[in-house]
Ligand binder design. Sequence first.
Ligand code: G3I
Ligand code: 9MR
Length: 582
Amino acid sequence: MKLKSGLCATLLTILSSSNLVAQDESPNIRINQLGFYPSQEKIAVWDNEKEADYIILDPSKQIIENSSTKQATLSRISNKTRQTIDLSKANKPGKYTLIADNDTIHFTVEENNLRSLSKVAIRSFYYQRTGIPILEKHAGKWKRGSAHHDTLVYIHPNAADENHKALETISSPGGWYDAGDYNKYIVNSAYSIGLMLTGYQLIPQYYKNLALNIPESGNSTPDLLNEMYFNLKWMLTMQDSFDGGVYHKLTTPNFEGFIAPNKCKQKRYVVAKSTAATLDFAAVMAQASRIYDKYEVDYPHFSKKALNAAIKAYEWAKQNPQLAYSQKKLNEKFKPAIKTGEYGDQKFNDEFFWAACELYIATHDKEYLNDIKKYMPDRFTNPTWGCVESLGTFSLLLNQNAEIEQIVNKLKGQLLTYAEQEVNKKNNSCFNTMFGNDATDFGWGALSEKCINPAISILIAAKLCDNTKLDDYLNNAFHNMDYILGRNATGYCYVTGFGAKSPMNIHHRLSASDKIKEPIPGFLAGGPNQHQQDKGQGVKYISNYADESYSDTLPSYASNEIAINWNASLVVLAGLLDAWSK
Ligand code: G3I
Ligand code: 9MR
């Protein structure tokens, strides 16, 4: 076999060492830093306009590939040309070495490659738990004392009504911190759990056996459900028992500083009820009521309670169908002004649709079926916190019956049309992905909303609508995951604690205040965001290209925050790929 002299020299160095090479030392190779499943379509990207020769060594250091990079493709975002490195010869479990020009990188091939990511991504929610001590036996060095007990939460003047005076208190303990901040938001909580319950229903057997080392582990409920129950229980406390409406969020007036949770001093309030929060609550409670029904032993009466809460919430929403949570308007009338995350929304057809779907599935009541018809979307829209109709679609597909056959067929058609459009985006992609070829892909939370969620949607399309597409869509979903884990424009593996080049300075108050160098593991960063809303607030971006608008610095809330909804995406995709990879 004839090798170019540069490759020969690098090969000799490699054969005499076995250290893992960090991504930074091989700047031209962009690769999934977690490795691959044996059966997966495997490529790396050569981030250089010049073609390069490369070799691949198998675990016994034999050369199994001697080739050159191919498919030079110009990015539509930057002026960069990238090429493809074919790794398909690395198809058996083991540790491989890729040498391209002067760059060397090791990568692994193994069964269950994403298993650890799948677990740690769920465990990140345990670290977000409020009001309880996070114990060393579960959290290792990231243990911490309890804080934010929320047993004395004030009714904000903007939430006062005939049954609750301003500044009265309620108790609303538990639940997860939303993100890098310390507040708890109903819209995002409901959406996150709705998405994970969708994932759970697709692969219940997989989750049955996935033990997470959280306090409830070992009971008879799958740990994913155990973890979500912690937040569902809190959500129930956010419903006004007088009228069924749900407070939009539980929050301090201003974001806290980057201080430890037990140092926080601001008062916490529940704020005005809203249509979006109440409908999202109704949807997720109805969904949870049927899924947790099997786990009465661990969670007695929860199912019934959740369903009643959902029904009441839906009734409230029907009477208050247009109550947007507008912080600006409320702040003009009420004090103290609330400046934290808005999760604002003006359109509620999607929330009505999701809630009607879940309540119909839980009760088979015609009233909800009528509303499903009334709010039926005319096309499929990828799930995000503000656009939740897809969660209704997924639930109907998962719970079909003769009565809704026509509706389900329509929704299947919509989902398949969407999926075809989505996979076509891969044409002429320099990362060989559906995601990341256009600047508009990169907004706040892009990695979850625009990269992972479409991958989830197409997988569901193949699994529930057209099985003949499964191989193709699985490949595409894997490629989007490769993007998340390193085959991308910055070379970051965007999940904390994973990969050779990983975020170290996430905008996360828990990680920033714990005096531990490494961030809490398992969190997906929001990722590159062309709008750079935090620019000039101490944030320097490495580049202005949309796909490189990422800053691994603490102040970068627009690119480097973490959030439960983004991790929910990661949980679902990692789980589906791990379960369906065979
Ligand atoms: O909808 C518009 C779209 O029409 C427009 O083309 C696009 C480009 O400007 O913007 C879209 O609006 C964006 C909106 O999210 C909807 O996705 C806004 O620019 C963007 O600023 C907004 O970001 C939200 C951010 O809060 C700021 O409000 C994120 O989605 C949301 O995930 C994030 O959530 C925060 C919570 O408020 C507080 N806790 C942390 C959490 C994560 O950062
Ligand atoms: O830290 C805040 C983060 O958790 C929010 O998601 C984000 C968007 O609402 O806002 C961050 O707070 C910033 C504020 O919006 C503007 N001034 C700088 C704050 C970060 O230090």
